[in-house]
Design a protein around this ligand. Structure first.
Ligand code: XUL
Ligand code: CO
Length: 449
């Protein structure tokens, strides 16, 4: 393998085993390993994101960039710099060996001086990406349009008070949807970057809701017009950058889609850190999506328990990921979706190789959590007690109620006669928590591969 930008990584990352002392090896992730009859790689469908890893230099509100990303130098000629960025990204993806990648249009293409120029830039870079895909075998998990960075989007895109901004966003999404299709993308993501408000004093909620629904209809219509076979995904987030985002959480989006006749067109792209910002657990958001047939894909970025903002860190907790993975497996696994890392290195992680350490750690955490999830299913650790807890609903009374054979009056008669006399039953929470921990602890042997 040629040296390239990540010259410390001279070999593709390989499975080294749980006792490996080589930090540039996977400890648990073995793409070919069968888990419940399916290859680990096909369960997890892991994707590298170009945004924070290649199109961000580590700058924050308080300081300039700290990460070594020469193609982001403002003095660089934009198209050669964009080509260098893509070359380095694919060098990374190839050495890491994960099957997918994803990006916003602006992550790869320079803005240029007009929409037409931006579109030409994106088309030229899409041609390059096709070449890299062919060479590396990596393909697109999702594409998306950045409708939040440019000042025109300061008041939102589809929900902007100016219909010309809506039109501009429509043009951008149309083109990026077509680019996603050309790259064989399996999903297209809509994250409502600034679809929300900073103050209700200047916001017409009714209008903005209607605008958003119209926009989502137009996107779905165009998807069908061009025959894009991937899934359209909406990504919940409750706040940041706006004070209140309309796509607050999974249940809010689901309700909005149902109210607007869009529930068959969209699925959810759930981000762990966005779930916690909404005051939910990541487990809750995934469980809601699975229970309602709305699961699409996952951004695995985690938050920090002490910070109330989107820290977008690489996942590193098996405890946090095992139960969401359990829900995903129980729901039949991903179809078009997967796990992506739209995560940020910490600003001090300024060695080029830190990007490998971050991804290797995230991939291994997912792999280890997958083993726990599979074990929870196979041992029926939770499904057994759950079936027991709801058994009454599978019996004659439960069925009669659900099938509409009982009324308030017939139920009153049964309660009054003493035929129905329920007794409280333990929810066994602590026992179940310990049972999950026991599975986490005892899958160490399985993690040895
Ligand atoms: C922002 C975020 C985005 C979306 C795609 O918080 O998560 O990267 O995933 O636009
Ligand atoms: Co995200």
């Amino acid at each position: 393998m040629e040296e390239g930008f990540f010259s410390e990584v001279t070999e593709p990352i390989r499975f080294g085993g749980i006792d490996s002392t080589d930090p540039l090896s996977f400890k648990v992730y073995q793409p070919e390993r069968l888990v419940m009859g399916k290859r680990m790689e096909d369960h997890l469908r892991i994707g590298v994101c170009l945004w924070h890893s290649f199109a961000w230099d580590g700058r924050d509100m308080f300081g300039v960039g700290t990460l070594d990303r020469p193609w982001l130098d403002p003095a660089a000629d934009p198209m050669p710099a964009a080509r260098q960025k893509m070359a380095v990204a694919f060098e990374f993806i190839e050495k890491l060996g994960t099957p997918y990648y994803c990006f916003h249009d602006r992550d790869v293409a320079p803005e240029g001086g007009s929409f037409a120029e931006f579109r030409d830039n994106l088309d030229a870079l899409t041609d390059e990406a096709l070449g890299y895909q062919e060479r590396t075998g990596s393909t697109l998990l999702w594409g998306t349009a950045n409708l939040f960075t440019h000042p025109r989007y300061q008041g939102g895109a589809a929900t902007n008070p100016d219909p010309e901004v809506f039109a501009y966003a429509a043009a951008q999404v149309k083109h990026m949807l077509e680019v996603t299709q050309r790259l064989g993308g399996t999903n297209y993501v809509l994250w409502g970057g600034r679809e929300g408000y900073d103050t209700l004093l200047n916001t017409d909620l009714r209008r903005e809701g209607a605008q958003l629904a119209r926009f989502l209809h137009l996107v779905a219509e165009h998807k069908h017009r061009i025959g894009f076979e991937g899934t359209l995904l909406i990504e919940p987030k409750p706040m940041e950058p706006t004070k209140h985002q309309y796509d607050f959480d999974s249940a809010t989006i689901h309700g909005f889609l149902v109210r607007n006749g869009l529930e068959d067109e969209y699925r959810l792209n759930i981000e762990a850190n966005h779930a916690t910002l909404a005051g939910h657990s990541f487990h809750h958001e995934v469980a809601y999506a699975v229970a309602n047939g709305m699961l699409g894909s996952i951004d695995a970025n985690r938050g920090d328990p002490q910070n109330g903002w989107d820290t977008d860190q690489f996942p590193n907790s098996v405890e946090d990921l095992a139960l969401p993975l359990y829900e995903i497996l129980k729901g039949g696994g991903f179809t078009t979706g997967g796990f992506n890392f739209d995560a940020k290195l910490r600003r001090q992680s300024s060695n080029r190789t830190d990007l490998f350490h971050a991804h290797i750690g995230g991939v291994d955490t997912l792999a280890r959590a997958l083993l726990v999830a599979a074990e929870l299913i196979e041992r029926r650790t939770l499904s057994g007690p759950l079936a027991e807890r709801y058994a009454g609903w599978d019996g004659p009374l439960g069925a009669a109620i659900l099938e509409g054979h009982e009324t308030l009056a017939t139920l009153e008669a049964k309660v009054a006669s003493g035929e129905i006399d329920p007794k409280p039953v333990s929810g066994r929470q602590e026992q179940l928590e310990s049972a999950v921990n026991q599975v986490i602890w005892t899958t160490d042997q399985a993690a040895r591969g």
